[in-house]
Design a protein. Structure first.
Length: 127
């Protein structure tokens, strides 16, 4: 691992890399001239190790953080989005309706039947 993999800035790294002739930190120009490969590789190496760790935890259902890592992985890598839903009892109908939390049962049913929705929740003509 290199210092850049820990998130240090180039200025911070240059301050701790000592010039053997002076015993002082080197300039960022010198850092770039002699250590560009290490600077370029540091972040991807660290990122890959973190991703590998998260992946291993996500697929290990016995790991205490497995579920959290699996949820994070599906959100970030798979585009999964958790949405809040509300269960409404529907009059004159048997059963329940699950709709977005900010929409009433009437609005949702009207929108689903092509009648439009009120209060800006749909694209009906009565908005």
């Amino acid at each position: 691992m290199t210092l850049s993999s820990y998130g240090l800035t180039h200025k911070q790294i240059a301050a701790v890399v000592l010039n053997p002739n002076t015993g002082k930190g080197i300039s960022t120009a010198t850092l770039h001239k002699h250590f560009q490969d290490e600077l370029d590789r540091g972040k991807p190496i660290a990122d890959s190790q973190v991703i590998q760790s998260i992946f291993q935890r996500a697929v290990d259902l016995k790991h205490p953080q497995g579920a959290t890592c699996a949820i994070w992985w599906t959100k970030v890598r798979c585009g999964w989005v958790a949405t809040e839903k509300t269960v409404h009892e529907v009059q004159n109908n048997s059963g329940v309706l699950v709709a977005p939390a900010n929409v009433t049962a009437e609005e949702w049913l009207g929108n689903r039947n092509g009648n439009g929705a009120k209060n800006g929740h749909g694209n009906g003509s009565d908005n």
